[in-house]
Design a protein around this ligand. Structure first.
Ligand code: SAH
Ligand code: SF4
Length: 357
């Protein structure tokens, strides 16, 4: 069997692991710094670690990161990586450049079982959850790409918005968040991290209880149950009322604002009456909610969904403003490469399945 990845452990876990084997817990720190500050690519490069500790780690863990299958670089600086996991599965990771820093969008599962009708990731059923080492490995992969360029650039922000439903892989998600936030490692602040969920209400509560201070975004995409169920079948099991109760719990518990994501689909959910209904739904939560309008990235297999006309986008936005709902329109990145979440992967898989002629 392959050895587990060392990137799958938090600093606390690594310390306990060493302690159980007769070493001081504090010996984990130089290992941690070698992994996340120096970003060594082999155990032999860990200069500051005692040889007996090093032997033990070498024996039990792998330091391997993800293998690059394809890399697409966009003219706006976006870089999309198609990465191969140890078992051969492919996942996507995207680096985006903003005025405020560099953000990385990570994948949490191979495929997704939520099956939203507009999404490329949902086309391929979930085959497994990623381990926390594989999620952290994506950040390291991108950071090493930046390290190699020699400009001293650092990943400053993370969005958990790649393939998969992060709250359906909760334990690994949380270990990943603790790892990347650790002040002695990558030290990415919680307010620089956003987790997006399709709305698993129980997990929203559990996430609130952990009080990690990480931002939360909920994919709402429709202002009423009929419409939401027609585009997101999860709404049958967790209707809007239940979702809003979990959101209220989150707001009360964390005192943090929340983002409601809203993809604009032409002629489906993008009319002024939908905006009005959405404002009503937000109701007295206005001070704590930001609505993020997302331009739809068309997916070949879902050709009945199209991007909204510019007039509808602006009309929707104006209506939100008129109704005093805080609202923003998401900027797009990498439109000249396979941009939509899960698109590059699903195209590659189709290619691999289609015999060459
Ligand atoms: N599963 C989680 C996180 C991954 S998807 C979730 O659904 O929230 C991240 C965001 O991208 C979600 O808001 C999702 O609805 C949106 N999305 C999915 N497919 C898209 C597409 N083709 N165009 C634009 N946004 C898309
Ligand atoms: Fe899964 Fe999110 Fe895509 Fe829905 S939008 S299928 S939850 S990845």
């Amino acid at each position: 069997m392959n050895k587990p990845s060392i990137y799958g452990m938090t600093l606390e876990q690594l310390g306990l692991w060493l302690e159980e084997r007769g070493h001081k817990k504090s010996r984990a720190l130089p290992v941690w710094e070698a992994l996340y500050r120096e970003r060594v690519s082999g155990f032999e490069e860990m200069d500051g670690v005692r040889p007996e500790c090093l032997e033990l780690l070498k024996e039990h863990f792998s330091l391997q990161t993800l293998e690059e299958h394809t890399r697409q670089e966009s003219s706006d600086g976006t870089v999309k990586f198609l990465l191969r996991l140890e078992d051969g599965n492919l996942i996507e990771t995207v680096l985006m450049r903003h005025k405020f820093g560099l953000s990385v969008c990570v994948t949490t599962q191979v495929g997704c079982n939520i099956g939203c009708s507009f999404c490329a990731s949902g086309l391929l059923k979930k085959s497994r959850d990623l381990t926390s080492g594989e999620i952290t490995g994506q950040i390291l992969k991108v950071q090493r790409y930046l390290d190699a360029a020699g400009e001293g650039e650092l990943v400053s922000h993370i969005v958990v918005m790649g393939i998969g439903e992060p709250f359906d892989n909760f334990t690994h998600l949380i270990a990943f968040l603790r790892t990347v936030m650790d002040a002695k490692g990558l030290a990415i602040g919680p307010r620089h991290i956003t987790v997006s969920t399709s709305g698993l209400a129980d997990k929203i509560r559990e996430f609130a209880d952990l009080n990690l201070r990480v931002n939360l975004a909920v994919s709402l995409h429709a202002p009423n149950n009929d419409l939401r169920t027609s585009i997101m079948k999860i709404n049958k099991a967790i209707p809007i009322e239940k979702l809003m109760q979990a959101i209220d719990y989150y707001l009360e518990k964390t005192n943090q604002r929340i983002t409601l994501e809203y993809i604009l689909l032409r002629g489906i959910n993008d009319q002024r009456e939908h905006a009005l209904e959405l404002a009503e739904l937000v109701g007295d939560r206005r001070p704590y909610v930001n609505v993020n309008l997302i331009p739809y990235n068309p997916v070949d297999e879902h050709s009945h969904y199209q991007r909204s006309e510019q007039d509808s986008v602006l009309g929707f936005y104006d209506m939100m403003k008129k109704q005093n709902v805080s609202c923003s329109i998401r900027l797009e990145h990498g439109t000249d490469i396979d941009a939509a979440c899960g698109q590059l992967r699903s195209k590659q898989i189709k290619r691999e399945k289609t015999p060459a002629v």
